[in-house]
Design a protein around this ligand. Sequence first.
Ligand SMILES: Cc1cc2nc3c(=O)[nH]c(=O)nc-3n(C[C@H](O)[C@H](O)[C@H](O)COP(=O)(O)O)c2cc1C
Length: 728
Amino acid sequence: MRVLETHSSRAPHGREPGRPASGEMRRLLDRAVAASSNGIVITDPKLPDNPIIYVNPAFERISGYAVKEVMGLNCRFLQGDDRDQSALEELRVALGEEQESRVILKNYRKDGTPFWNELYVSPIHDEEGTLTNFVGVQNDITERRKIEEVLRESEERFRATFEHAAIGAAQVGIDGRWLRVNRRLGEIVGYEPEELLNTTFQDITHPDDLEGDIEQMRRLLTGELQTYTLEKRYLRRDGPVVWVNLTVSLVSDSAGEPAYFIAVVEDISERKKTEEERDLLLVREQLARAEAVDARRRLALLAAAGPTLSASLDYGETLESITRLLVPEMADWCLLDIVEDDGSLNQLAAAHADPEKEYLLMRLKEHRHFGERDPGSTAEVFRTGRPVLLPDLPDATFYERELGVGEHLDILLRLQPRSLICVPLLARGKTIGAVTLVSSKPDRRYGEEDLMLAEDLAYRCAQAAENSRLYRDHSEIARVLQTSLLPPHLPEIPGVEVGAEYLPVGEANVVGGDFYDLINTVEDGWVCAIGDVRGKGVEAAAVTALARYTIRAVTMKDDRPSEVLAALNEAMLRQLPEDRFCTAACIRLEPHDGSVGVGLDVARAGHPAPLLLRPGGPVEEVGCSGRVLGVFDNAELRDTSLRLMPGETLVLYTDGVTEARSPDGDFFGEDRLRRLLGSCSGYDAATLAARIKDVILDFQEGSPRDDLAVLVLRARDQVTPAVNGQRT
Ligand SMILES: Cc1cc2nc3c(=O)[nH]c(=O)nc-3n(C[C@H](O)[C@H](O)[C@H](O)COP(=O)(O)O)c2cc1C
């Protein structure tokens, strides 16, 4: 059958130029119809039930039916049992009205498999307008529908995901306008999704975060980045800021041009809050730690204060140690001002953490004034007795204005005072001085706690300073007292060299218990005495004074040694409590009796025997021992006479010499002393006395336990005529 015969038979008369002849044309059309990939069906509506009168090969391919199987059938057989399709009604109407129609029908192939048939039906009218045929063009769109379905489902899934996502999502135009936003994003930023569509992301971004975000977007647009993630803040519509984690990527159109951004927005406010809380906790913990460290430092400082301050009783050293205690622990530099006896305040110690700057503090001293009307915290503390805390000192311009150009300003600018504490040193209920602590560091700003610590330390410092001052005063008294109990200088005795050493042991403010004296008697003779009073200190000093002045008084009347000592014994028994006693040796010298050498009378009361040193001879003890003085009514004293020949030496000593002990506990003893003296023949008196002292000190390795007195008398080689010695 030639399907287009009808058309061709109704073709216009004549042939258009270039157009094939009608036979040729028909062949071409037949070939085109046969070659079409679309199924083509021609029906004849003039026949009952509008049967198929032509199908092309593509129909057979699509439907699976052969031509002969379908000829004469109405096309509805392709619908199987699926007759309830709405598109059919549309088609029926179009067919009834002889109109063109396009419908999509669900059809079934011969093997029963369904396919989607996009059907175009066109009525064919003859020249009179009478309907002659219908031409149907079938397009199997099953695959396309499948793809569309997949796309639809995918779009549906995307829409559902997008809409109901737990995180915010949006499509954002290249200009920043929200193109599509989901519900969650609206919740995060506090807008209805529709409201957001009227804004840009710039509108709701925190101003501080905008630049960073835009910069990243720019890098997406230039292809530098595929995607970026950042944490930023949006401004919620209701006011507060919301922290989000934003991930953005760029979607390009099919031409590769940027189309829009996809933004995924996660609300991280809670996390940020937790982080902030954690940071806060961290800061608090660090603060607490710093406070603990600070507290430990304070405790350590207070703990160190005791030993440091009690390390020395020397007044100057104590004041120095106070400043060293405070610098650099509490201050970069520190000044210590002490009230002098006349009531004036004097900078007695100063310390700087940088030793090279200490001279500045010395120079500063010249410029400080503490008068009633003088400004400055030290003067104020001194006036009021109350501490001063200046957390922030004025800057350099203040000092420039106040002091003008000059050394004072120069010093202060170099010392850089930034924060200051000045506390009074209180002792005996009055202000004995003031300590000024100064910080030059911006990060050491004094506060109340520092002030409390400074006051606490100042209290301890004041006690230490006061103690060392008392000690200094006592030491001075002891020194004077001790001096008063010894001859101020050794007298010149005719024909006799005299050497003496005296070494009091113990604290500087304790008067020693040993004494010696050399007295010029009325008969122009000489009496020398050496003694050892039991004990030390004030009580010993009282006995020493009694002994010395009794001996001096008695020798004026009777210079026989046994009598002198007996008188002392009696005076002690009479004037002192029972437990006061002493040992003593007394010697009368008669240097000018006309004979060679010096005549001596020796008496001793419980005292070590004087040792006689003869050149080349043995060391001999001299005098017989009586009893200790101050105990017995009769001290059983006797004089022993001897002559000290030229070059011979008599050594008097206290038991501090023989009872000196080495660190191992060995006594120096008489034997060692004798050997020492034996090795010293030829020494002059002063050298021998010094030698004995040095050897004893060496023996004790610097830790003497007892006072020591040595008196050396040496007869000169040639007896000179008698001269009046200087009275002592
Ligand atoms: C030219 C032509 C081709 C048609 N091709 C199909 C077809 O491929 N598949 C189909 O289901 N119906 C096709 N139809 C429609 C049916 O033939 C029929 O008109 C439709 O089912 C409605 O009529 P009914 O209610 O009598 O079935 C075609 C109709 C015409 C006129």
